[in-house]
Write a protein that binds this ligand. Structure first.
Ligand code: CS2
Length: 481
């Protein structure tokens, strides 16, 4: 890859006045987003971009909490970037809605002082909320310890939100709606709980103000978004005729469902396909357990099989069968979906989406942060099924494959991307490939496994059996040990 000369790099200057979807001049920073990673830029920003084609006033300012590289790549491009939709046909869109990204190190609470600001959205991943396995804020988390000691220099998204809202309140500005767009169940309720608990620990009257004045809708977001790689950069250059340092790619399918409580005003995203509903729970539960549960299972089991991408793994008859059985026999019966929700159709549609040959979606990308993802994606299904005497075999296989993923990475001295990375590396190195003793070690991870699971003989037995199965797959495939 070579960056083309600056005159050929995407920027306002090279946006052709005739092909640009709308003028950016009337955009105002009505949206503030925390965590402008690939998913946000491929999903929510695209919806705002579509809305701007009708009514160009929804500008987005963003704050990046973890790294500066997206801001550094997009600033020379006037915050423009390309979205590539990859399916049976390929489509390119230039997203004009983003107006700036401020890295946390340069952030000041002024970001919250725009009088027009009406919505704060978040995609900071599961671990960004600093929650324990019980869904409550974890006061032992190093960022929370820091933010309690130094609330003026927040490190966590929670600390940053509190500081910004406090400043806004002092200035007498209208409180924005705060919309969580991460893969957590009851995500708005969890965010509200964590934020008010943190506020109460700092200043109880502010916690009461938050409860009375801020609305935290829950939402479900969906669009499969492989990480940006050289392939998408090169394709954009070839197809669009300019160099874009940070394009994003996703499947064509996208969905966003937001629970809108009575009387709450949101941008009119329903005009561009967002579903506003009085209860998002059935959508979110189905998506997290079916899509994300199947994704994580496929990621860990696929890696044990020697597969690299989702479409490659799902083309394997055994792996496809595991996913199908997991969704049909274990997840679907655990869901509380309305009678007209076609779960068979949903399962089939998911298998088709996973098979999309145009997407190079790395299993290793989905494998990140397993300790945070598994409780939401698989362990809830297992708990419910144990209570109702339903099967848990395939969900156990997903969890056991995660354990083996940890063991392989640890013993090969490879980095584990996970908030529990250090613990997992030590634990993985101590494992001996004996299913009974290795599983006992994993079950000590209180951050992952709740007591009802570790004390269930049925679960322990099923997980141990599944672990043996994965060790055998690794041996057969000569992956390990
Ligand atoms: C994936 C999700 O990386 C992962 O963990 O399971 O990002 C998934 O692609 C999205 O939730 C799809 O909407």
């Amino acid at each position: 890859m070579t960056a083309a000369g600056s005159e050929q790099r995407l920027s306002n200057k090279i946006l052709d006045a005739n092909t640009s979807a709308y003028s950016r001049q009337t955009l105002e920073g009505r949206i503030l987003h925390l965590g402008p990673g690939a998913f946000f830029r491929a999903h929510q920003a695209d919806y705002f971009n579509q809305l701007n084609i009708q009514e160009p006033k929804w500008g987005i300012d963003a704050i990046s909490l973890r790294s500066r590289h997206i801001a550094e790549a997009l600033q020379p491009q006037d915050w423009l970037y390309t979205l590539e939709l990859r399916d049976e046909t390929i489509e390119y869109r230039t997203i004009l809605a983003l107006q700036g990204i401020t890295p946390l190190s340069e952030y000041t609470p002024r970001a919250f002082l725009n009088p027009l600001l009406s919505l704060v959205t978040l995609t900071i991943t599961e671990k960004g909320y600093c929650l324990g396995v019980d869904g409550q804020i974890d006061f032992a988390h190093s960022d929370i310890v820091h933010d309690l000691a130094e609330p003026e220099k927040p490190r966590s998204a929670l600390g940053l939100l509190l500081q910004g809202l406090r400043v806004r309140r002092v200035q007498g500005l209208a409180p924005p709606v705060i919309l969580c767009c991460d893969n957590l169940s009851a995500n708005g309720i969890k965010l509200q709980g964590a934020l008010t608990t943190l506020a109460r620990a700092q200043e109880p009257s502010f916690a009461t103000w938050l409860e009375d004045n801020i609305c935290f809708p829950s939402s479900m977001v969906d669009a499969i978004t492989p990480a940006t790689d050289e392939g998408v950069r090169n394709r954009v250059q070839q197809s669009c005729g300019y160099y874009d340092a940070m394009p994003v790619q996703r499947e064509a399918f996208t969905s966003w469902v937001v629970e809108v409580p009575d009387g709450v005003q949101l941008p009119p995203l329903d005009r561009v396909g967002v579903v506003f509903t009085p209860d998002v729970t059935p959508y979110a539960q189905a998506k997290l357990r079916m899509l994300n549960g199947a994704h994580s299972t496929l990621a860990y089991l696929g890696l044990a099989h020697g597969a690299r991408t989702v479409s490659e793994a799902v083309s394997n008859t055994y792996l496809r069968g595991v996913l199908n059985d997991l969704m049909r026999d274990e997840v679907a019966p655990s869901l509380h979906s309305p009678a007209d929700f076609d779960l068979n159709g949903y399962r089939e549609a998911l298998l088709k989406r996973f098979s999309n040959p145009a997407l190079e979606h790395l299993l290793s990308q989905i494998a990140w942060d397993g300790s945070k993802k598994l409780p939401i994606r698989l362990l809830g299904t297992i708990s419910d099924n144990l209570d109702a005497a339903r099967p848990i075999e395939n969900a156990s296989l997903g969890v056991a494959a995660w354990c083996r993923f940890v063991v392989r990475r640890a013993q090969a001295n490879e980095a584990i991307i996970d908030p529990l990375a250090e613990n997992l590396a030590t634990l993985g190195c101590r494992c001996t490939h004996n299913a009974t003793t290795d599983i006992q070690r994993f079950l000590e991870l209180r951050e992952v496994f709740s007591k009802d699971l570790t004390e269930s003989p049925l679960f322990v037995e099923s997980l141990t059996r599944a672990y043996e199965k994965v060790v055998n797959i690794e041996r057969e495939k000569r992956i390990f040990p």
